[in-house]
Design a protein around this ligand. Structure first.
Ligand SMILES: [Zn+2]
Length: 325
């Protein structure tokens, strides 16, 4: 190609690029891209303020956006309206229960929605104050379901454990809030592939946290085992933060957990397969549930340690409730 023709081609390409950029800007301005982009800006309100927080702002108005075309079609749910000021003690006694207590005696609170024979379980706060946004997410889901009990399928009972590690949450919102009051990582105390110590390579190393004196040594873990054996869930989600994605419980792989992870991945931006840091996750809840109870189980990591990703996790809830093993 001659130098002159090359120059003309360059000009044509430049014009093309400008036209495409202009079209993109027009589409964006007209809301086409805006509608496709999902927003998970966090609600500012803590529905259950921590001690010392006196103000409570109204429940955020959440707009359920249509999923992009590659995602399965899901019928939008009701938009949450400014909700009642819900605290656990104000819950109707029929759907709120204490299943045990932490090392320091704090209640482990489970909320039940629906009364069908098929049980499903959501666990939040296993890493306490270090991942406290998972507890706030659980509270937002509880408030939503109080307002919209009709979204629970007739055959289903959904259980939400608000905070498995209230002692950690009470101690600190941050690194010091991860362990329970015995300095045990509650996601490494489960009686499957349990180790007191593990190779820290690729793992969380910011505090000298342990797996417990023996497998299942911690009262929080024992209480949840008893609850799981009581309700016999057909699927389980354990919420964490942050950022590594969706983990399917089971070692070796447990296909039903992988199917649940894939279903959730379809409606979220969370990485799947999860980011592999090389960490050996010994004695964790979802491996235990998959391997010893054959429960399809996944861990979901929120995007960061602050936001609840509420809109995104309403879609997760919708998929979770519709999911069948
Ligand atoms: Zn965690």
């Amino acid at each position: 190609m001659s130098k002159k023709l090359g120059g003309i081609a360059a000009v044509i390409w430049a014009v093309n690029i400008f036209v495409l950029l202009g079209l993109g800007a027009l589409l964006y301005a007209s809301g086409v891209l805006g509608a496709a982009a999902r927003s998970d800006s966090p609600p500012d309100a803590a529905l259950f303020p921590l001690a010392g927080e006196s103000t409570r702002t109204p429940f955020p108005t959440v707009t359920l956006v249509s999923p992009p075309t590659r995602r399965p079609t899901i019928t939008p749910w009701p938009t949450p309206s400014p909700g009642p000021s819900v605290t656990p003690m104000q819950m109707p006694p029929g759907n709120y229960r204490v299943i045990g207590h932490s090392v320091e005696g704090r209640p482990l609170e489970v909320f039940r929605f629906g009364s069908g024979p098929t049980s499903k379980l959501i666990v939040a706060g296993i890493h306490g104050g270090y991942e406290h946004n998972t507890v706030r997410l659980a509270e937002e889901l509880i408030a939503f379901l109080n307002d919209h009990p009709e979204v629970i399928p007739a055959d289903t009972s959904l259980y939400i454990l608000r905070n498995l590690n209230p002692d950690g949450s009470a101690r600190a919102l941050g690194l010091d809030g991860r362990a329970n009051a015995n300095n045990v990582d509650l996601n490494r105390n489960w009686p499957y592939n349990w180790k007191k110590e593990w190779n820290r390579s690729g793992c969380w190393i910011w505090r000298p946290i342990e797996g417990g004196e023996y497998a299942g040594s911690e009262p929080e873990v024992r209480a949840l085992i008893a609850h799981i054996d009581n309700i016999k869930p057909v699927a389980l989600i354990s919420y964490h933060s942050a950022a590594l994605g969706i983990f399917a419980g089971g070692r070796p792989d447990f296909p039903p957990s992988i199917r649940l992870a894939e279903a959730v991945a379809e409606v979220t931006d969370y990485p799947w397969p999860p980011i592999d840091t090389g960490c050996d996750y010994t004695g964790n809840l979802t491996d235990w549930a998959a391997n010893t109870r054959a429960i399809p189980s996944i861990d979901i990591e929120l995007t960061n340690h602050r936001d609840t990703d509420f809109t995104q996790n309403l879609r997760v809830l919708q998929v979770f409730l519709a999911w069948r093993p």
